[in-house]
Ligand binder design. Structure first.
Ligand SMILES: N[C@@H](CCC(=O)N[C@@H](CS)C(=O)NCC(=O)O)C(=O)O
Ligand code: FES
Length: 106
């Protein structure tokens, strides 16, 4: 499986996926930490995460796949939502909680 196929399988295999630096328990960067915090506070319980620090191939190729240059990257239902700033903005407006409750209910 090529790395792009692996990325595709990750985002199609789980409704909510965060590509991040570190893990939810031990985020290795403030941007990833803030994204996890927003997702958790918005009620995400079925969150699948990929630690790009442990997968250099994904780190190098995800920006090409998603057309988004940095980490973290949030995908819902296989679609890129954005990085830390967008995730936090969606949380603050209440939109993230709505998207997550719809996703987890379906
Ligand atoms: N404004 C960005 C901040 C994220 C960011 O700047 N990430 C950098 C530093 S962690 C990054 O991923 N750089 C590329 C890399 O480390 O591969 C967001 O909203 O997500
Ligand atoms: S790892 Fe340095 S800013 Fe994210």
């Amino acid at each position: 499986m090529s790395v792009l196929e692996r990325i595709q399988a990750e985002v199609e295999g789980h409704p909510i996926v965060l590509f991040m630096k570190g893990t939810p328990q031990f985020p290795m960067c403030g941007f990833s930490s803030r994204a996890i915090q927003a997702l958790t506070e918005a009620g995400a319980t079925q969150l699948h995460t990929v630690n790009v620090l442990e997968d250099p191939e994904v780190r190098a190729n995800l920006p090409r796949f998603s057309n988004w240059p940095t980490f973290p990257q949030l995908f819902i239902h296989g679609e890129l939502i954005g990085g830390c700033d967008i995730t936090v903005e969606l949380f603050e407006s209440g939109e993230l909680a709505r998207m997550i409750s719809e996703t987890q209910a379906s």
